[in-house]
Structure formats: C-alpha cells, structure tokens
Design a binder for this molecule. Structure first.
Ligand SMILES: [Zn+2]
Length: 60
C-alpha cells in the first residue's frame, strides 16, 4: 500500500495530491493536468495514481 503524496505539474506548477489504487490487471495510461492540459503523470503497472487538484498553477 502506497501512501498519498504530493506532486507538482512540471508545466504550470499546479499542486496535486496523489493517492494510489491497486487494480487486479496491469494498466498503462497517463493523466493530463486539469489546469494546463499537458501531461501530468503516467504509469505502467497495477498501482494506479489518482490526482486531486490542491492548488492551481499559473498559466503562462
Ligand atoms: Zn499543469
């Protein structure tokens, strides 16, 4: 079981809380940032991150 952590969007600086869900089948996917709509995170395995926006970043 992985503990929640925080991550920052590398593109706009938005801060997300990331929690993890274990699934029975491996999954390869990615998530886009809610604010700048660029690639936020990607994964390949059976532990899937869920992202909850905590603080919006500044768009350029
Ligand atoms: Zn972003």
């Amino acid at each position: 079981m992985q503990l929640p952590d925080e991550m920052t969007c590398p593109h706009c600086g938005s801060i997300y809380e990331r929690t993890y869900t274990k699934v029975s089948m491996r999954d390869k996917d990615y998530a886009d940032c809610d604010v700048c709509e660029r690639r936020l995170d990607s994964w390949n395995g059976s532990v899937i991150p869920m992202h909850r926006l905590i603080k919006r970043g500044e768009l350029p």
